[in-house]
Design a binder for this molecule. Structure first.
Ligand code: CP
Length: 310
């Protein structure tokens, strides 16, 4: 395995190699041990300053990056677009260049526009880490999801993963498809036809519109949220009808011949795509995903900072 990443930025899983992913995982293994010790901090990124620039709401990703940075002893600053001069008309490039002028070394950015992180990486002189760009990619989410599957089963290769729900508006789905396939898993997407992109089969995934068939096929079901905030038209008659067709409940889970693992990137809409008794069951690894997010983000920050030095 190579000791350094093949990329300077983390824009999407599409751009990284299987070797990069394995390197991030083995680095995260070490960081996971460290953050479970009484003294959780290491000095690896002392004197490195990282700005978390969020133009969209976030709980898990923002807090997880901030914790990862603190555990690595980096200096961090948090920028919320809602209370910034973006509201006065400042451009994205001007905003980021002003932040960089204050001697910031790395930018973690969430933005509602697909491609915003890629655009920024070509116009400013800094490391850019994508914390979710519109409906495009959410690379660290896919890394922590695959890392959690590896932790549960020992390896990702050969596992059958069903991604279920609003595939059309999901950056998590696209990053997961790239990541899982690079690691040798089989991927199936399931949801109403209106929420499955027409040509998604070209990515090499299976497509299934029947929830029970998808559940019977898979080892892991990754349940996605319906992204009402990105839906400009009605894609299904009502949330109640969606839940009747595609909601995962205990009865459906218990009717399967094998014990599958249930995942969800959050935020959960309890009672819509997943019931509370499933989300909180022994088969759910949802909070393991959240825990692993810190170690994965520490690994990404550490490896990209090392790459910047070389
Ligand atoms: N999974 C995820 O991206 O959650 P947040 O939107 O809370 O960051």
């Amino acid at each position: 395995m190579s000791e350094s990443l093949s990329v300077k930025h983390l824009i999407g899983i599409k751009d990284v190699t299987a070797n990069d992913i394995e390197l991030i995982f083995s680095t995260a293994d070490n960081f996971k041990q460290i953050i479970n010790r009484p003294i959780k901090k290491v000095p690896s990124l002392r004197d490195v300053t990282i700005a978390n620039v969020f133009f969209e709401n976030s709980t898990r990703t923002r807090i997880s990056f901030e914790l990862a940075e603190r555990r690595l002893s980096a200096d961090t600053l948090n920028f919320a677009a809602s209370s910034s001069s973006v509201k006065k008309g400042e451009t994205l490039i001007d905003t980021i260049n002003n932040i960089l002028a204050m001697k910031v070394d790395m930018i973690v950015m969430r933005h509602p526009s697909p491609g915003a992180c890629s655009f920024l990486s070509k116009h400013v002189d800094s490391v850019i880490i994508n914390a979710g760009d519109g409906t495009h990619e959410h690379p660290t989410q896919a890394l922590l999801d695959a890392f959690s599957i590896r932790e549960k089963y020992g390896e990702v290769r050969g596992k059958k993963v069903a991604i279920i729900g609003d595939i059309l508006h999901s950056r998590v789905a696209l990053s997961n498809i790239f990541c899982l396939q690079k690691l040798g898993a089989e991927v199936l997407v399931c949801g109403p036809p209106t929420l499955i992109p027409k040509h998604i089969g070209m990515l090499g995934v299976k497509v299934e519109y029947n929830l029970m068939k998808a559940l019977e096929w898979c080892d892991v079901a990754n349940m996605l949220r319906i992204q009402m905030e990105r839906q400009d038209i009605k894609y299904f008659p009502s949330l109640r009808e969606y839940t009747m067709q595609y909601g995962l409940n205990k009865e459906r889970l218990n009717s399967l011949k094998k014990q599958i693992t249930v995942m969800h990137p959050g935020p959960i809409n309890r009672g819509v795509e997943i019931t509370s008794d499933v989300a909180d069951s022994d088969q759910s690894i949802i909070l393991d995903q959240v825990e692993n997010g810190v170690a994965i983000r520490m690994a990404v920050l550490y490896l990209l900072a090392a790459k910047q030095e070389n």
